[in-house]
Ligand binder design. Structure first.
Ligand code: ADP
Ligand code: ADP
Length: 237
């Protein structure tokens, strides 16, 4: 469960990106955050895994107060929160399988990662994540030979292989064409339903958000201006 209590975020340039944020997001929800560019959507998402620090208020994620985490605890915490970006953030010259592997085998020496020698049990885990998103057949292909949609699926598999408690997605389909974007969101939806994993994404295609999410949070000028089930939004519009 994620709980924002009166959260405020002011960046070092004095931009107040979030104010008076009070939200509770429960396990298994599929939330879309919508709003104009600059509204604070990305900041909201990035505070959850502490890519950004909140300025005041409190933010709890599965019982932990995110601001109280220190050093190594932050790294451990981030592993429990899967993060997906618009730009995929993959190592494009490496194989699909190795991209997934390097994300959750931190204890291996660097040279073993470079040479691609990974213990079998890790490979099985990575391959099964690739299967979950339908790209098992691409395991040994280099990432730069894949389409954008396939690359986003690799990013999703990489996140799933870490057994996250929550998936955050910052504009996951912004750099994909609409058809491919829908395919990626279908994966998100299936994983949300099958694994009861919470998914929180920000997205600027409102009509697509309404199609996939269960709950819509509207943000304007750093504040929540709408929060409700999809049916409620479509009635208002
Ligand atoms: P959105 O995701 O809705 O487009 P953002 O959360 O990216 O909005 O931005 C909210 C506001 O905070 C904007 O005014 C933006 O310019 C500003 N902002 C975002 N990131 C930073 C940052 N790292 N440093 C300073 N200001 C930022
Ligand atoms: P924080 O307070 O969360 O550490 P900072 O204000 O230090 O964030 O900015 C983090 C990074 O984002 C910096 O590298 C900064 O250059 C960059 N940044 C600054 N302004 C913006 C903006 N308007 N939108 C997006 N990124 C920004």
């Amino acid at each position: 469960m994620i709980e924002f209590k009166n959260v405020e975020k002011i960046y070092s340039n004095n931009v107040r990106a979030l104010q008076n944020i009070n939200l509770t997001i429960n396990q298994g929800e599929f939330v879309a955050i919508i709003g104009l560019s600059g509204a604070g959507k990305s900041t909201l998402i990035r505070c959850i895994n502490r890519m950004h620090d909140i300025t005041s208020g409190q933010l709890f994620v599965n019982g932990m107060e995110v601001s109280s985490l220190k050093g190594g605890e932050i790294r451990k915490f981030r592993k429990r929160i899967g993060m997906i970006f618009q730009s995929f953030n993959l190592v494009t010259r490496m194989s699909v399988l190795n991209n997934v592997l390097v994300s959750f085998v931190p204890e291996l020496p660097f040279w073993r990662k470079l040479t691609g020698v990974f213990p079998k049990e890790y490979k099985i885990r990575a391959l099964s994540a690739l299967e979950q998103v339908g790209i098992l057949d691409k395991a040994f292909v280099r990432v730069d030979q894949l389409s954008g949609g396939q690359q986003q699926r690799v990013a999703l598999a990489r996140t799933l292989a870490q057994n996250p408690e929550i998936i955050l997605a910052d504009e996951p389909i912004a750099s994909l064409d609409p058809v491919t974007g829908r395919q990626v969101l279908n994966d998100f939806k299936r994983i949300n339903q099958e694994m009861e994993l919470s998914v929180i994404m920000n997205i600027h295609h409102v009509e697509i958000a309404l199609e996939y999410a269960n709950r819509i949070i509207g943000v304007r000028e750093g504040q929540v201006v709408f929060d409700g089930k999809v049916e409620a939004v479509t009635q208002e519009v």
